[in-house]
Each structure stands twice: as structure tokens, then as C-alpha cells.
Design a protein around this ligand. Structure first.
Ligand SMILES: Cc1cc2nc3c(=O)[nH]c(=O)nc-3n(C[C@H](O)[C@H](O)[C@H](O)COP(=O)(O)OP(=O)(O)OC[C@H]3O[C@@H](n4cnc5c(N)ncnc54)[C@H](O)[C@@H]3O)c2cc1C
Length: 414
């Protein structure tokens, strides 16, 4: 096989930037061009400077892995650990925020059920998170802890989410021994990670073409090519001009079926008051709250705001019309939920920064599990076409960084 001289990447979100980073780490002599349709890098990620402090448009924190630590050091970004005030995390259950939403008998029952079923804990093919939880822990733990956490983190419906996509990786031998090292964030927010990474990549010769959406047939002749967009964008790209019945057309057709859920985030700034303190709170369904969760930014990270900063997250599988709500309606929802959480009328915010995304997070459901089983990836990779993105197994940035490294290793090793 000819040595690779040049690689084209479509998309300058985290997946595209991480792929470019690993190419330059492993093979600095390879010429890399990144095409990004927007005028700025980052994709979903972005940090806005408001008059009262920073507001994140998507990711707020990173899992602190070895690869992320090395990347941050290389590009000169300091990673902050959460403040001591962030230790407490809450579940909202029965009108009250609780550190643990099960009583002692319910917890004992869930524990004993898990011990009894320990040998069968690995998720099965086509098993939902709900079925897996019921099988291992029983109903209360499944509804109040597992279902609530996954709705908050993945915005998905636990009754259709795939247990093997969410928990399967914990049964892989390499991951089993991995120690969880917590969550971190760049001191100036996620935007700092993106901006510093782009500077580092440019310094290492990566050419960026911003404001240049790639369309066929231009890109189809380029090899190797890494498509680092969301699933629906990749499907659109590949659907254009691919011959019917080809593997690219099959890939496009499968990616078109990935469901992507809407999310609205609203970061609000209040005068500090006697509000709940900690990392944040996740809301179970049917508890009289519309939000999926809230992060107490000013309790988590230093220097985010002089005021109390909270990010409220709405939308997901049970609230698909959320992006149609106007700003005033979203602020009203936030204040209503905030009043319910704190059990006292909410103060008025000084400022609210709202981000709407009709298609934000892939639904990690059984449909996605089936799609991922059927993707004809290895054949396409043999012909120099690679895909990378948050729909391929994990949505978190540190996991995307890991996957990007594996992809680049496969690409350069042929
Ligand atoms: C509200 C929210 C909160 C989150 N919180 C966290 C968190 O706390 N921690 C965490 O680790 N992760 C979090 N995530 C997940 C994480 O932010 C995403 O999984 C990740 O940013 C996805 O990056 P990506 O590059 O795969 O996709 P994207 O960010 O969607 O990037 C794709 C890029 O491709 C470009 N593109 C598309 N089509 C074309 C084309 N034809 N030509 C050129 N360019 C094109 C797009 O413009 C875009 O820039 C969160 C996500 C959301 C929505």
C-alpha cells in the first residue's frame, strides 16, 4: 500500500479536530486539510461570553482520561478540577432533591438483586436499559436512578435505549481496569479547548477551510477521507451522487435512520441566594418538572461568574417540540422548575443565554444498536473512507478522542 501523503477531513467539531490531532501526533509529515461549513470550529461546542460570565452551548465538562490530559498539555490548556462545593449531586424525587432517591429497604432490595444476578450483569443484544435495570436491580432503582440519570445525560427514553451501547464498554477487558478520574474543564470553558487545539493544529501545518460546506462529487474522489459530521449530515453527504446499491449508498441509508434528539440549554444568572448547592440535579419524569437536569456552574467551576450561574437542560425523547418554544416561554419554564426545585419562588435572572438545537444528541436506542451492527465500515475503510462522530458508540468528548486515535491508527497502519 502507498504511504499516505494527504488526508481530507470534513467537519471541524470535536471529532474532526481530534482526528487531525492524532494524525499530526503519529505522522506529522501527512498533509491534512479540514473543511468546515461554518465560519468557526467547534460544531456543537462553544463558549459564549455574557456580561455576567461564561455560558457553554453544549459540553460543560470532560472525563479526565490520560489521552485528554496529554492533549490539553500539548496544546497548552490547563484543566480545572471541580470545586469542593460540587461534591453533592441530586436526584429530584417526591418533590425533594435527594442525594439518593431510594430508602434503605429499597436500596437493600436493589443491592441483593444485583448480587443474586451478578453473573448475568452483561447487557444482552437488543436489551433496553429498562429491561437491563429491571433484571439486575428491580423497578425502583431502574426508574429513579438509572432511568433518570440516562434521561439527563443522553436525553433518551430508557425504555428504548440500548443497554449494550450505554453499558457494554464497561465489560471490555481494557476498560474494566480503567480508573474513573472525575470530570474537568478548561478554565475558560470548552471554547478554550477548541481554540487552542485549532492554533496547535495550524502550527503543525493543518490547513483549515472555514465556510466551505463539502458537497459531492468533489469529495468522493478524495482518499483517505474522514467524515466527521453528525449522522444525518454524513448521510446527506454520502447520499448525494453515490450509486444505488453501493456500500456508500448503504451507509448513507443506515445513517439516515439514526434518530437525533432536540435540546435547549438555558444558562441563567441570579444574585447569589439560599439555593440548592452542588454539581446539579437530575429530574425524574412525572415529578412536575419539565427540565431534564440543571448544572450549578458557579458551584462547579472557579471564575465562571460573580453571580450564581445555572444551566438548565430541556428537550430529549419526551419533549420533542422544545425548540419551538420562544425565549420568554423557556425562561418561564426555567423559573417554574426552579421554584419547584428550591420550594420557594425563584428570583428573576439578570440574564439568560439560550441555545436551541433541533438535532443535538443521537438517540442511543435499540435502533442505533442495530444500525451500528450493520454499518459496512471495514470494507469502506479498506478503500480509504472513514467516519467519526458521536453516534458511533459514545457521545462524550474524551471517548470521541479515544475513538479518533483508534481510527487514525487503523488508517495509517492500513
Ligand atoms: C447540550 C449538550 C451537552 C453536552 N455535554 C457534554 C459534556 O458535558 N461532556 C461531554 O464530553 N460531551 C457533552 N456533549 C456531547 C459533545 O458535545 C458532542 O458529542 C460532541 O461535541 C460532538 O462532536 P462532533 O464533532 O462529533 O459533532 P459536531 O459537533 O456536530 O460537529 C460536526 C461538524 O461538521 C460540520 N459539517 C457538517 N456537514 C458538513 C459539510 N457538508 N461540510 C463541512 N462541514 C460540515 C458541522 O458544521 C460541525 O461543525 C454534550 C452535547 C450537548 C448537545
Amino acid at each position: 500500500m502507498n504511504p499516505i501523503k494527504e488526508v481530507k477531513i470534513i467537519g471541524a467539531g470535536a471529532s474532526g479536530l481530534f482526528a487531525a490531532y492524532w494524525i499530526k501526533k503519529y505522522r506529522p509529515e501527512i498533509s491534512v486539510t479540514v473543511y468546515e461549513q461554518s465560519a468557526i470550529p467547534g460544531g456543537l461546542i462553544g463558549t459564549i461570553e455574557t456580561p455576567h460570565g461564561l455560558a457553554e452551548r453544549a459540553a460543560n465538562g470532560l472525563i479526565f482520561t490520560k489521552q485528554m490530559e496529554d492533549l490539553a498539555r500539548q496544546i497548552g490548556v490547563g484543566l480545572l478540577a471541580p470545586k469542593a462545593t460540587a461534591k453533592k449531586r441530586y436526584f429530584f424525587w417526591n418533590s425533594t432533591p435527594r442525594r439518593w432517591p431510594l430508602d434503605i429497604c429499597e436500596t437493600f432490595y436493589a443491592f441483593m438483586k444485583f448480587v443474586f444476578n451478578f453473573s448475568k450483569r452483561k447487557p444482552r443484544t437488543d436489551e433496553t436499559v429498562w429491561q437491563w435495570g429491571l433484571r439486575l436491580f428491580g423497578e425502583k432503582m431502574t426508574e429513579r436512578v438509572i432511568g433518570t440519570a440516562l434521561l439527563g445525560i443522553y436525553s433518551g427514553d430508557p425504555k428504548v435505549m440500548s443497554a449494550s451501547l450505554i453499558f457494554g464498554r464497561f465489560f471490555e477487558p481494557k476498560v474494566k481496569n480503567e480508573k474513573y478520574r472525575g470530570t474537568v474543564s478548561p478554565s475558560l470553558g470548552m471554547g478554550e479547548l477548541i481554540a487552542s487545539l485549532v492554533i496547535w493544529l495550524k502550527k503543525h501545518g493543518v490547513d483549515f477551510k472555514f465556510g466551505e460546506p463539502v458537497t459531492l462529487p468533489e469529495w468522493s474522489r478524495e482518499r483517505p477521507l474522514i467524515v466527521c459530521t453528525s449522522a444525518y449530515q454524513a448521510s446527506g453527504l454520502m447520499g448525494l451522487g453515490s450509486s444505488a446499491g453501493s456500500e456508500i449508498a448503504e451507509l448513507s441509508n443506515l445513517l439516515k435512520q439514526v434518530e437525533v434528539l432536540p435540546i435547549v440549554t438555558a444558562t441563567a444568572y441570579f444574585e447569589p441566594g439560599p439555593d440548592l448547592s452542588g454539581f446539579g440535579c437530575l429530574f425524574s419524569r412525572n415529578q412536575g418538572v419539565r427540565a431534564l437536569g440543571v448544572l450549578f456552574n458557579s458551584d462547579i467551576w472557579d471564575n465562571r461568574s460573580q453571580l450564581r450561574s445555572e444551566t438548565w437542560i430541556f428537550g430529549g425523547a419526551f419533549d420533542r417540540e422544545i425548540t419551538k418554544a420562544g425565549d420568554a416561554e423557556i425562561v418561564e419554564m426555567l423559573l417554574k422548575d426552579r421554584t419547584t426545585l428550591n420550594k420557594s419562588p425563584s428570583a428573576q435572572p439578570k440574564h439568560v443565554e439560550i441555545t436551541r438545537r433541533d438535532r443535538a444528541i443521537p438517540h442511543y436506542d435499540l435502533n442505533l444498536e442495530r444500525i451500528l451492527r450493520n454499518l459496512p465500515l471495514s470494507n469502506l475503510e479498506k478503500h480509504g473512507l472513514f467516519i467519526n462522530g458521536n453516534y458511533l458508540g459514545q457521545i462524550g468528548l474524551s471517548r470521541i478522542l479515544e475513538r479518533s486515535e483508534q481510527l487514525v491508527q487503523r488508517m495509517i497502519n492500513g
